[in-house]
Design a protein around this ligand. Structure first.
Ligand SMILES: NC(=O)c1ccc[n+]([C@@H]2O[C@H](COP(=O)([O-])OP(=O)(O)OC[C@H]3O[C@@H](n4cnc5c(N)ncnc54)[C@H](OP(=O)(O)O)[C@@H]3O)[C@@H](O)[C@H]2O)c1
Length: 295
């Protein structure tokens, strides 16, 4: 019988949590939640001996079924910004009804919880879900992830494009972010799952090793590529028109703008040592991943 259930197991974070947890627990103790049982990933989990359970955050009844006999849930936040407040409530309600004892929730670090924050649209569901969990009667562990280091590559695009423009072009001003590798965040989550009782009703702020601005990111990229990569922080209108003229879709421009202005405002400027404490080593630096992508 499975003790643990990892949601989002077909995604980057969830699959990495399963991999790390498997170093200490048998596959028979770990269940994974998927939306599509016929997917290659679901079949691969099954072939490795993990119990595959199927549900969507949209359907509470299926979630209750999927959470039966699970003690500890690693709950990966949903990716649909518009619907995830309701989806997350479904997950928490279903966990209560199924008798789950402890939920780890992947939240996000932030400073300003008001609607004035440029990232309010992203943070809103996290704040509500954290409150829901605190009121649930279940034990909880809230993992306030900083931005993934992987987000830098999402913003900057592929190596060829970067080497052509030789410019980091983002309206992030002098704002600093303590980017953390997604795999380090997953490893910390798996270590908490292993000794879950020690981490009940705790909130961890999970930051990378240092908060850096995008001038520093450009410097790191210059060292890696042996080209001079400049940093330009345009005003909002220039950013929007430049991105649109390069064919970037409007919703992506909006997402990049929100995060950039959040970074400029210091929303992700945090240097908590919680991640280092949980990992028992320094989290990996930004250069570690950028080398793999841009060298
Ligand atoms: N801190 C950061 O910088 C950062 C960056 C990006 C995202 N995030 C957040 O962190 C989460 C995990 O990141 P990631 O990189 O692992 O994302 P990802 O690779 O896109 O994986 C998301 C996972 O969530 C599952 N999922 C999404 N909506 C669902 C629903 N309605 N019901 C059930 N499962 C659902 C997906 O299932 P399918 O495979 O079926 O789609 C997938 O397994 C994201 O969902 C997002 O909330 C944080």
């Amino acid at each position: 019988m499975s003790t643990y259930l990892i949601t989002g197991a077909t995604g980057g974070l969830g699959s990495s949590v399963v991999e790390h947890l498997s170093k200490n627990k048998k596959p028979s103790e770990i269940a994974v939640l998927v939306r599509d049982a016929a997917s290659d990933q679901a079949k691969e989990y099954q072939s490795k001996g993990f119990e595959v359970r199927v549900a969507d955050y949209d359907t509470k009844e299926k979630l209750i079924e999927a959470f039966k006999n699970i003690e500890i849930l690693y709950f990966v936040s949903g990716s649909n910004i518009d619907s995830r407040t309701v989806q997350h409530k479904n997950v928490v309600d279903a966990a209560i009804q199924a008798g789950v004892q402890h939920v780890l929730y992947t939240s996000a670090g932030r400073k300003d919880e008001s609607q004035n924050s440029p990232v309010a649209v992203v943070m809103d569901a996290h704040v509500k879900t954290e409150n829901c969990l605190k009121d649930s009667g279940m034990a909880y562990t809230i993992l306030r992830h900083n931005l993934y280091t992987e987000v830098i590559a999402l913003f900057l695009g592929e190596k060829e494009a970067l080497l052509q423009s030789k410019t980091v072009f983002l309206p992030t001003g002098d704002g600093k972010t303590a980017f953390a590798l997604r795999d380090d965040l997953a490893e910390a989550g798996a270590l908490i799952l292993k000794d879950a009782a020690q981490h009940q009703n705790k909130i961890y702020t999970l930051d990378g090793p240092e908060a850096i601005d995008f001038r520093k990111v450009a410097q790191i990229l210059s060292d890696i590529t042996e080209e001079e990569i400049n940093y330009v922080s345009p005003d909002v209108d220039t950013f929007k028109t430049t991105m649109a003229s390069n064919g970037v879709p409007e919703d992506i421009i909006g997402m990049m703008l929100g995060f950039s202005l959040g970074i400029a405002q210091g929303e992700f400027n945090s240097e908590s040592k919680d991640l280092e404490y949980l990992l028992g080593r320094k989290p990996r630096a930004v250069a570690n991943l950028l080398e793999q992508i841009y060298a």
